[in-house]
Design a binder for this molecule. Structure first.
Ligand code: SF4
Length: 298
């Protein structure tokens, strides 16, 4: 995973493999916006495809690594984060990104999402939040609004939706943001920042599913909270961030879309860094030891 072309300019096209997503993603799907923003973020952070590994869960979003040219691992439902964590610990030089849907990350793999944030693993996690299970044909998901009707909740969901931003703040994520597929420039900037952040970076990425979520918001118009005079808060202040997240999450279900950086904490070391500081892990990447016949193991 060496930076073989450090000096030259990196093109986003280098992250485009020979296959295109039109065959599997529906027209108008928000997933296209995530893919575009992710590819555009790569030149910003100066990463070559051979320096990046993308781990995905199951769902329409899980196909992301088929359309993104890097190392990749399409894992099982809700389990992208444990695999991504292992890869990052074995090779801290690798840029590790995980991605999945709201059903995958907030439902099936909800426990992993909480504990990966708590341990502050140096990973960027992108959750495609379309408020529905898309690939399995439209079941209610953890972010579907209360009263939402679907095949699994034909009389309307009696459950309140999960609040992923607030949950991640409480769990311990050190970078938390919300962006939307309809806002590719902001999305690109947020992904680039998240990748450069040293610690667990959680992006709640609003994506529309026009096929199964017929009532789906298309998340326009949206307000960028960093650009708006209405919201003057300090992203590094935990209490102010919590209040901003409360407003953001409440208003989404009232039809107002707020996006932007919600919380950034730079001081706390990542899990791998702490492990190395206390001597529990060697300084050199474990991945290199696997290929070193003379390496000593305790
Ligand atoms: Fe996108 Fe929904 Fe189609 Fe899946 S089912 S590709 S989430 S529009």
């Amino acid at each position: 995973f060496s930076a073989i072309n450090e000096e030259r300019e990196i093109e986003r096209d280098e992250f485009t493999p020979g296959i295109e997503p039109q065959a599997t993603w529906c027209p108008g799907c928000g997933d296209f916006g995530v893919l575009k923003a992710l590819k555009q973020a790569m030149p910003e952070v100066g990463k070559n495809p051979d320096e990046v590994a993308l781990f995905t869960g199951i769902g329409c979003s899980g196909k992301l690594n088929s359309y993104f040219n890097s190392y990749g691992f399409h894992t099982i439902h809700g389990r992208s984060l444990p695999v991504a964590r292992a890869a990052k610990l074995a090779n801290p030089n690798l840029e590790v990104i995980a991605a999945g849907g709201d059903g995958d990350g907030y439902g099936i793999g909800g426990n992993h999402t909480i504990h990966t944030a708590r341990e502050n693993h140096d990973i960027t996690y992108i959750v495609f939040n379309n408020e529905i299970f898309g690939l399995t044909k439209g079941q209610t998901s953890p972010t579907s609004p209360k009263g939402h009707k679907s095949k699994t909740q034909p009389h309307g969901s009696a459950k309140s939706p999960i609040r992923p931003l607030s949950q991640q703040l409480n769990a311990g994520a050190t970078y938390i943001a919300r962006t939307a597929a309809v806002n590719p420039n902001q999305a690109k900037e947020i992904i680039a920042e998240a990748i450069e952040h040293d610690g667990f970076a959680h992006i709640d990425f609003l994506t529309q599913c026009p096929t199964w979520n017929k009532d789906a918001k298309h998340y326009v118009p949206y307000t960028d909270v960093q650009q708006s005079d209405e919201f003057d808060f300090d992203v590094s202040d935990r209490a102010e961030a919590a209040e901003m997240m409360r407003k953001t999450e409440e208003r989404l279900y009232e039809g107002e879309v707020l996006t932007g950086r919600m919380y950034i904490e730079d001081e706390r070391p990542s899990y791998g860094e702490e492990k190395r500081q206390i001597g529990e892990m060697p300084e050199e990447p474990l991945a290199e030891r696997y290929f070193d016949e003379d390496a000593e193991w305790e």
